[in-house]
Design a protein around this ligand. Structure first.
Ligand code: ADP
Ligand code: ZN
Ligand code: ZN
Length: 706
């Protein structure tokens, strides 16, 4: 019999919901006999699991352990030499995320490590590590840090100075509410600089919502810090990097040689032993929510991590999430505000010299107008002045549906309850849900009619249509289709920056973050869908998108006075647009929060979704009903409401039927206790013969899309 204190407890990646949520016991690897010091928590170790060998993380012995029979306890293979153990803080983050998002800690821990660590065999990994591990810990050489003071930077505006002073004086978390172009990034740079100057080991984590936004930010951080800290001091961390690149960045952060980590949501789990500052830029962005596997919010985890590790946290946005805004109103977050663009404080044409927002009443335009004549004229005018226009349409492809005029046929996806989108460029019908793609049929598959018609309009159509309407102007498109191949996005952006494009058509992709200097007109072609949606967050997303888009107009000081945002709408009187015209986020937020409070919606309540995917809709719903029944028997259910099971908006994807059930509570802890107590029931139900048509189930805590 092994005494329990000679055993190691190891987190490994177990399949979600296998019931193996806990750390597994192993004997210490051979050669580390009883005389050797015990392995510390956080040690990376290779262990046998089933027929494979896998990577695991040593954790402290759990309080309650049920040991399997002695002969079933296996011996760990080998410790990953040369790597310092992960910190107790890091392990705490993983444990918290696992508990909060109802997943196995091993799954979260292993997903947070770079793929080569997990996947390479011992020899391959040794070779890689030898190559990278040469990157030394940052040398303790104070003379280098004094050089930080000499970095070139702009003279800070009064607002920037006030904000920086508050960040220094207080502990946060901070919500930096700053108009687009008000110089938030400059505040981030300076805060990082202050930190690195004060503490020669300190590390900063800077997060952005999308991979596309990292190159721009990286360039600014590198320009600022590389000359003094060297090329290794700034590393990027996102999923589009190659596995060796990710390993290198991860090691640099883990060893402390990377002082600044710039990354997307997965970077919230970066191992940073000297983490002192976390910045979450565009904190409202839905991309911070992971939508597969463990559905964590990187923004929310960042706040938790910051508190747990005494690192300052700054959330920045021109349109904060209503959750964060509410925290700022109640004083839980310290609100910092910047309303002016640098260089415009003293010019008094419009109060803050933000772009003029105008609505175009589409009910007064000739029938079937897609782009109102005055808007076309305004676009032409810009082009004549060598200025650029951005046209936003939130639907890619040529037309959302292809239909037969003679019979009922429409381009439905055979595998999903959705239409396939017509892409004219390669004459294909593509399902945006499952990816199913086919050439456009020559004739209607229903009746043989050759005259198939498009219904509705996408970016591809708009681009084509504009070419007709604006003969002579240079028109380009940027969306998920046009930027699919490596380098296409960069090429497209470079063209816009170089002034080789007069009109850029695109999806929300073009509204975010890019620093377009010559854009003076932004137009939303058909934004009304966001006004009346069944999703209570749709107006919040629409307002944010339009205000962000407005921030693209007039970025350079010479242009700011003539910058305009045009909104084509059937509802020009809508309060959302009224607030937008005044660039009044606080006003908009107040309206929304009042509605939400009356309806008992977040941030005034807390939600989770239980989703079931099954072969039939009936089976999916039956699972949810059985789950609800089990749940209502729990003591914790008293403060929790369970709503009826319903099909998802897109009910069937890739031949799998999907249903979900909303769980709501006025108390976050009550909801958490309920889900924890409920998990065993869910595991049990899933395994019962009655529910074998269920393919998977999952819990989404704090879901963004209901
Ligand atoms: P945000 O992140 O809020 O959108 P940025 O930090 O990107 O704003 O700043 C917008 C533009 O203003 C950038 O080109 C930046 O270089 C410039 N800028 C920022 N702060 C100053 C300043 N104090 N003086 C002059 N220009 C500034
Ligand atoms: Zn037909
Ligand atoms: Zn499909």
């Amino acid at each position: 019999m092994d005494p329990v204190d000679t055993l190691l407890f190891v987190l490994v990646a177990t399949p979600a919901h296998s019931g193996l949520g806990m750390a597994l016991p192993y004997r210490a690897p051979r050669g580390t006999g009883t005389a050797a010091p015990p392995l510390s928590s956080g040690t990376l170790i290779r262990v046998p699991l089933g027929k494979r060998e896998t990577l695991g993380v040593v954790v402290p012995r759990p309080e309650h352990v049920e040991l399997p029979a002695t002969d079933r306890i296996r011996t760990a293979s080998a410790v990953l030499e040369g790597l310092a153990p992960l910190s107790a803080h890091w392990l705490a983050l993983v444990q918290f995320a696992a508990g909060y998002y109802q997943r196995a800690a091993g799954e979260i821990a292993l997903a947070a490590l770079p793929p080569p660590l997990r996947e390479l065999d011992g020899i391959q990994l040794d070779r890689r590590l030898k190559k990278f591990i040469k990157i030394k810990e940052f040398p303790d050489n104070p003379s280098q840090y004094s050089a930080i003071h000499k970095v070139a930077k702009p003279l800070h505006t009064a607002e920037q100075q006030a904000v920086l002073a508050q960040i220094t004086a207080q502990t946060g978390p901070f919500l930096l509410f700053g108009a687009t172009g008000s110089g938030k990034t400059e505040v981030y740079l300076q805060t990082v600089q202050d930190l690195l100057t004060a503490d020669p080991r300190a590390q900063a984590l800077v997060m952005v919502p999308e991979i596309n936004l990292t190159p721009q930010l990286e360039a600014r951080f590198r320009a600022r810090f590389e000359p003094i800290l060297g090329a290794q001091a700034v590393v990027a961390m996102h999923s589009a990097m190659t596995p060796p690149q990710r390993l290198q960045s991860w090691l640099a952060a883990h060893q402390g040689s990377a002082r600044i980590v710039l990354g997307t949501r997965l970077a919230v789990f970066a191992s940073m032993p000297h983490l002192r500052l976390i910045i979450v830029d565009e904190e409202h962005d839905p991309s911070y929510k992971q939508t597969e596997g463990a559905r964590y919010s990187a923004r929310d985890l960042a706040v938790w991590r910051g508190r747990n590790e005494s690192a300052r946290v700054i959330l920045g946005s021109a349109t904060p999430s209503l959750e964060s805004w509410q925290h700022a109103l109640t004083g839980r977050y310290t609100r910092l505000e910047m309303t002016h663009r640098p260089g415009t404080e003293l010019i008094g044409v419009r109060p803050q010299l933000l772009p003029l927002v105008r609505t175009v009443d589409m009910t007064r335009q000739p029938a079937r107008t897609i782009i109102a004549p005055p808007l076309l004229a305004a676009i032409r005018e810009r082009a004549e002045r060598s200025e650029q226009s951005l046209l936003l349409l939130n639907r890619r492809g040529y037309a959302p549906v292809l239909a037969c005029g003679a019979c009922e046929w429409k381009s439905e996806c055979p595998h999903c309850s959705a239409y396939r989108v017509f892409h004219k460029i390669d004459r294909s019908l593509r399902c945006h849900h499952c990816g199913h793609t086919e050439p456009v049929p020559r004739a209607c598959p229903g009746c043989g009619n050759v005259d198939l018609q498009t219904v509705g309009r996408g970016t591809e159509w708009l681009e084509e249509h504009l070419t007709e309407l604006l003969g002579g102007l240079r028109i380009a498109r940027m969306d998920a289709d046009s930027t699919r191949r490596q380098g296409e996005l960069e090429r497209g952006l470079a063209q816009v920056h170089a002034g080789e494009v007069d009109v850029l058509v695109g999806t929300q992709m073009i509204a975010k973050g890019h620093d377009f200097r010559h854009v003076t007109l932004v137009a939303a072609i058909n934004p009304d869908g966001g006004l009346f949606s069944s999703d209570f967050r749709a107006p919040e997303r629409l307002f944010s998108l339009l205000l962000q888009a407005a921030g693209r107009a007039g970025r350079s000081a010479d242009h700011v006075a003539q910058a305009e945002v045009w909104i084509q709408t059937q509802h020009p009187q809508h309060p959302l647009f009224a607030a937008l015209k005044k660039h009044d986020f606080p006003g908009f937020a107040a309206l929304q929060l009042t509605d939400r409070q009356q309806a008992g919606l977040p941030p005034f309540s807390f939600q989770a979704l239980l989703r079931a995917d099954a072969r039939t809709q009936e089976a999916a719903q039956q699972f949810l009903q059985a789950a609800a029944q089990a749940g209502s028997a729990l003591a914790e259910s008293e403060r929790v409401s369970l709503y009826p099971a319903v099909p998802l908006g897109v009910q069937r994807v890739a031949n799998i039927e999907r249903a979900q059930m909303l769980i709501e509570s006025a108390s976050r802890p009550a909801l958490q206790r309920f889900m924890a107590a409920w998990q065993p029931d869910l595991l049990h139900l899933r395994q019962s013969a009655e529910h074998k048509a269920v393919v998977r189930w999952l819990l989404d805590v704090d879901p963004l899309l209901i």
